[in-house]
Design a protein around this ligand. Structure first.
Ligand SMILES: C[S@@+](CC[C@H](N)C(=O)[O-])C[C@H]1O[C@@H](n2cnc3c(N)ncnc32)[C@H](O)[C@@H]1O
Length: 312
C-alpha cells in the first residue's frame, strides 16, 4: 500500500530557482523520494522537457506510478549506478540540471515498520531498499565490537561509541536486539540526556543507517559521475543534512572548482599548474533554509544546499 504521509520537499523554491530550468531541458532527480522536487520541475518544464528520477526505495517506485506524466522516467535503483543508467537511457552529457536531496524521506522515518525511528517501535531494519543487503538487527548480531565502535565513532561522531558498542554486543549475547525501541532504550541508559539537545540515540541510529545503506560511498560514486552526465553549463544542486555528507560534497566542489586552494608552502610546478587549470565547476552558492521554512518544517533545520555549474 502507498504510504499517504507526504514528504515536504526542502528549499523547493530555491532548488527551482538555482536549477535555472530550460523549458525543453533534461533534468535528473537522483533522490526522487515522494517526488516533491520532481513534480515542481515538471511544472516548470515544457512539452519536450524530460526528467529522469532515481530512488532505491520500492515505495518511491510505487509512488512514481501515481504521477501520470510521460516526461517523467523513474529508475528504481542505486544512484551510484548513474553511469550505467545514463548509457542505457542515452543521457550522457545531456543533463541540464541535477538535484540530489540526501538522507531519508519523512515516510521512511515515520513508518515504524521501516526501522529508522528511535521514537516508534518497529523491526530494526533501516534499509532504504528492503530488497537488498541485511537488516541493521542482523548486522549488529554478526559484527565485531571494534568494528561497531568505529562505525558509531566515524559515522555518528558519537562520543560514547565505545560504551554503546560494548552494551550492544553484550545484550546481543543474552537476547538479540530486534526492535528499534530495544536499541534506543539501551542507548538511553548509556548516554546522559543532560548533555544532549537531541535524543540520545540520534547519533547511533544515524551511524548504523549510514553503514547499512552504504551512504557515503554511494555519494562519492555519484559525484565522480556527475561530470559525465551534465551538459556544459549544467547545474549541480546537492542538499545535505549532516557534516559527514556536507564535507564530501564541499571537498568535491572545491577540488573541481576554480577556487582550488594551493597551500602556501607548496612549490609551483607543471603538475600543480595543469591541475589548477583543470577545474570543471564554477561555484554558484551555498544556502540554508530560511527561518520561516525551519518554523514550518523542522526537518529542514540541518539542511545545506550547495550549487555548482559545469564550466562550458
Ligand atoms: C530526502 S529523500 C528525497 C525526498 C524528495 N526530494 C522529495 O521531495 O520527495 C531521499 C531519498 O533518496 C533515496 N536514496 C538515498 N540514497 C540513495 C541511493 N544511494 N540511491 C538511490 N536512492 C537513494 C531514499 O530512498 C529517499 O527516498
Amino acid at each position: 500500500m502507498i504510504n499517504k504521509q507526504l514528504h515536504i520537499p526542502i528549499m523547493l523554491n530555491e532548488v527551482i530557482k538555482f536549477l535555472n530550468i530550460k523549458k525543453n531541458g533534461i533534468y535528473l532527480d537522483a533522490t526522487f523520494g515522494y517526488g516533491g522536487h520532481s513534480k515542481k520541475i515538471l511544472q516548470n518544464l515544457g512539452k519536450e522537457g524530460k526528467i529522469f528520477a532515481i530512488d532505491k526505495d520500492p515505495e518511491s517506485k510505487k509512488y512514481s506510478n501515481t504521477i501520470n506524466d510521460s516526461r517523467l522516467h523513474f529508475i528504481h535503483g542505486n544512484f551510484s549506478k548513474i553511469y550505467h543508467y545514463a548509457k542505457k537511457l542515452n543521457f550522457i552529457k545531456k543533463i541540464n540540471g541535477i538535484i540530489i536531496d540526501l538522507g531519508v524521506s519523512s515516510p521512511q522515518l515515520d513508518n515504524p515498520k521501516r526501522g529508522f525511528s528511535f521514537m516508534k517501535d518497529g523491526p530494526l531494519d533501516m534499509r532504504m531498499n528492503p530488497q537488498e543487503n541485511i537488516t541493521a538487527s542482523k548486522w549488529l548480531l554478526q559484527t565485531k565490537e571494534n568494528n561497531l565502535f568505529k562505525i558509531l565513532k566515524n559515522y555518528g561522531e558519537e562520543s560514547y561509541a565505545k560504551k554503546i558498542a560494548c552494551a550492544i554486543i553484550q545484550q546481543n549475547k543474552k537476547k538479540p536486539i530486534t526492535r528499534t525501541l530495544e536499541l534506543s532504550n539501551l542507548i538511553e541508559k548509556i548516554v546522559s540526556k543532560k548533555y544532549r539537545k537531541k535524543h540520545p540515540a540520534t547519533k547511533s541510529f544515524q551511524a548504523i543507517r549510514i553503514f547499512i545503506n552504504n551512504e557515503l560511498e554511494e555519494i562519492k560514486i555519484l559525484l565522480k559521475n556527475v561530470i559525465n552526465i551534465l551538459t556544459p553549463g549544467g547545474r549541480l544542486l546537492i542538499i545535505t543534512f549532516h557534516s559527514l555528507e556536507d564535507r564530501i560534497v564541499k571537498n568535491f566542489i572545491n577540488q573541481n572548482s576554480n577556487q582550488k586552494i594551493i597551500p602556501i608552502n607548496l612549490p609551483i610546478n607543471e603538475t600543480i599548474l595543469s591541475e589548477k587549470c583543470n577545474f570543471r565547476f564554477k561555484k554558484i552558492d551555498k544556502i540554508n533554509p530560511t527561518k520561516q521554512e525551519i518554523n514550518t518544517n523542522k526537518r529542514s533545520r540541518s539542511a545545506t544546499l550547495r550549487i555548482a555549474e559545469l564550466i562550458k
